[in-house]
Each structure stands twice: as structure tokens, then as C-alpha cells.
Design a protein around this ligand. Structure first.
Ligand SMILES: [Zn+2]
Length: 385
């Protein structure tokens, strides 16, 4: 079963490309547009050379390099070439947001860079199937993209020992956004509604977007709203490394327990107190980087590592309120990419934090409650095979 349903089409007309040409030309000229594929082994430098940017122009561009450090050119990714008589532009699509990174040249002398919003069209497709092998590979047989498969898994990470509860032939379904530019598929977007058969029972998770974030919530059972003692310390849950007693350390290359969970977030994302409590320690170490430890009245302790910034008033002995801003995500200490290492201690032992948190921060609880009220009426009651 590989049904593809185009549910809705959404045009985000933020600024037309033609009008943006005014930035460089006095008279708007309809540009010639081509979509090209990145070749294997191609770098920004070799790509600019292939498009006959001069050495001087490449130097001007590298001085104002617009691509984020984490941006990689992957083979077969699409990029755009636009040209008029006087202006030649190469546009790379951001991998998450509706904007492009522009490398432009005029003649043989001037060149520069720019970041612009771009109107991408969003279509939503639905796919469903039955588990054969692992859940990840089963999803990828329907939607050939690893990020989408792992994103689906993020929706169910709050269920302990999930892999043991997935039987062969269990049902799954998902809706995922596809982003298009002028009819050409550019990339996948967010995973939206999901369903998964766990121990013979269909569970559903719906993505609720927040400003600068979002969370997967179970819109059918509200028990978890009350059972979990902590709120998520961040507004967007993307787990890059789960809680494990044994794992291969990416920097030290030794097997070592990972006694917390890593939430992948951009540097500067806000970190909130998951519950009220007293600040036990703050400081900076070689491994943890900038860190905060909070003692909560229910006996739990929460740990926040690799922070770029700790709020000024967050000092030992200070009483934080639930949802109070404690600092920002960073990459201090042993760290390869900005993330929050979040850990929870119960009775002196580290426990899996995802079993203790509601998947949204305290500040966003109203979004969740509103979404529950909204979806309760129009969600289908069962998934038909
Ligand atoms: Zn970690």
C-alpha cells in the first residue's frame, strides 16, 4: 500500500523573485532560471569555479560566506541558477527554512552573497505500511529519506523499550510535508500526523507547531499531561543521541554510558526550568562545558550541559520557577554540534529523561491544550487497514 494523497497545497508568497531583482538592477528583468543537481564531491569552491566565478570573485564571496557551518552540499541536492544580462546568481536552499543562500556575480569583477526568503510550496503526502525488519527501514521503503524516518521515531521516544513492543507486521502511517519550488521537489519538511501499532494497539501522535518549535503529542489520551513530572526544557524535541548505558563516544572514541539525552537545537535556543526548584550548582568544566543543576521538590535533579550562556541570576541557592529561562543552548565542553545534554537523577541514579518529561515546555502548554481541544472533534477514531 503506497497511497499518496495530496491533501492541501499552500503557497507562501513572501516575496517574488522578480521583485527581488530590483536590489541589483534598476529595471526588473525576468531572469532565466535553471535547477541543477549538486555533483558528487562538489564543494562550494569547485561549484563556483564551474560557474566561472573568477578567483577574485570567489575571494569576495568567501569573505562574506552565508552558509551556516553545519551546511553540507549533498550529491543530488538541487540548487538554482538565475541569470539576466548583467547578473548571475547561484541559490542554495536552506535545509529547514524557506530561504536561500545567494552567491552572485556581475561581470568579471564584482561578487557577493545574500540570504533571501523564497516562496516554497508545501504539499502533504501520506504513506503507510507494515513493519518488516526495523521500523526505520520499513518507513524508508515508503519514504526514501532517513531524516523523515528518524523524525517519525521522535514522536514515540516517550515510550520506554519501544523496539521490543513493535511486532513484525505492525502498522504504521505518517503524513509528511514535501517542499517544492516551481513544481520541483526540493526537500522534505515536518512529519505531521503519525500512527504506530504498539503491542497490537494503534497509538497516534500529532505534531503541534509552536513559534520556534513544536512537539509530538498524543491527542487521544491526555493521561500523560498529568503523569509526567517534568516539562521539556526546550521548545523543539529532536533527539540526536538517546539515553544509553553503553555507547561509542564520538570524540573520545571509547565506549561510555550516555546518561542523559541530547536535544539537537541551534545555538542560542532557550532552555527552561522543567519544574520549580533550587539551583544546586552552576559552573564550567572541560567535559560538561557551562552547566546548571537543579534540585526539584519531588526529589528529582535535572542537569543541563554544553550551554552557551547561563542567565545572570541563575546562581547556587536561587529558587527557579517552573518554566523560567535558565540559559541558552551551546556547544561548550566536549561537543561537536550545538545541543542540550539533559539528564535527570532519581534517588542518586541517572534515569532516562524522556520517561519523565512532557514533550513540550511549560510556556507552550496552552498551545497543546488548544490543539487537543481543536483535534478532539475532527480526528479519525481508528485507522483502517
Ligand atoms: Zn549528551
Amino acid at each position: 500500500m503506497n497511497r499518496i494523497i495530496f491533501l492541501f497545497t499552500l503557497f507562501l508568497s513572501i516575496g517574488s523573485l522578480a521583485s527581488l531583482q530590483l536590489q541589483h538592477n534598476s529595471k526588473p528583468v525576468k531572469p532565466q532560471v535553471r535547477l541543477l543537481k549538486i555533483k558528487r564531491g562538489q564543494t562550494v569552491y569547485s561549484l563556483l569555479k564551474a560557474h566561472r566565478f573568477s578567483q577574485k570573485q570567489i575571494q569576495q564571496i568567501l569573505a562574506h560566506y552565508p552558509l551556516p557551518p553545519s551546511y553540507t552540499l549533498s550529491p543530488n541536492d538541487l540548487y538554482l541558477v538565475q541569470k539576466t544580462a548583467s547578473l548571475y546568481e547561484i541559490l542554495f536552499f536552506d535545509k529547514h527554512k524557506n530561504w536561500v543562500y545567494v552567491f552572485w556575480k556581475k561581470g568579471r569583477q564584482s561578487a557577493g552573497t545574500d540570504i533571501r526568503k523564497i516562496p516554497l510550496e508545501t504539499r502533504v503526502i501520506q504513506a503507510s505500511g507494515f513493519i518488516k525488519g526495523s521500523l526505520i527501514t520499513s518507513i524508508q521503503k515508503k519514504i526514501p529519506n532517513q531524516q523523515v524516518a528518524y523524525r517519525f521515531l521522535d514522536a514515540y521516544l516517550y515510550i520506554p523499550n519501544l523496539s521490543k513492543k513493535l511486532k513484525k507486521g505492525a502498522f504504521f502511517s505518517l503524513e509528511v510535508e514535501k517542499k517544492y519550488f516551481k513544481g520541483h521537489f526540493i526537500r522534505y519538511g515536518e512529519v505531521l500526523n503519525t500512527a504506530l501499532e504498539i503491542n497490537g494497539k494503534i497509538e497516534k501522535r500529532t505534531f503541534i507547531p509552536f513559534p520556534k518549535g513544536g512537539a509530538f503529542v498524543n491527542t487521544e489520551s491526555t493521561d500523560w499531561l498529568y503523569e509526567r513530572p517534568l516539562y521539556s526544557p526546550v521548545s523543539y524535541i529532536r533527539i540526536s543521541s538517546p539515553f544509553e548505558y553503553h555507547r561509542f563516544h564520538p570524540i573520545k572514541h571509547i565506549r561510555k554510558a550516555h546518561l542523559g539525552v541530547d536535544f539537537e537545537l541551534p545555538k542560542g535556543a532557550k532552555i527552561f526550568a522543567p519544574l520549580k526548584g533550587k539551583v544546586l550548582r552552576t559552573g564550567r568544566t572541560r567535559g560538561a562545558g557551562r552547566f546548571v543543576v537543579i534540585q526539584h521538590p519531588n526529589g528529582l535533579q535535572s542537569f543541563f550541559n554544553h550551554m552557551s550562556y547561563i542567565a545572570k541570576h541563575i546562581k547556587k541557592g536561587y529558587f527557579v520557577k517552573t518554566g523560567e529561562l535558565i540559559g541558552l543552548v551551546g556547544c561548550t565542553g566536549y561537543c561537536t554540534k550545538p545541543h542540550l545534554h539533559f539528564a535527570v537523577k532519581k534517588n542518586g541514579r541517572f534515569v532516562n529523561p524522556v520517561k519523565y518529561i512532557k514533550p513540550y515546555p511549560f510556556q507552550k502548554r496552552q498551545w497543546v491544550l488548544d490543539a487537543l481541544a481543536r483535534t478532539a472533534s475532527d480526528l479519525p477514531k481508528s485507522v483502517h487497514r
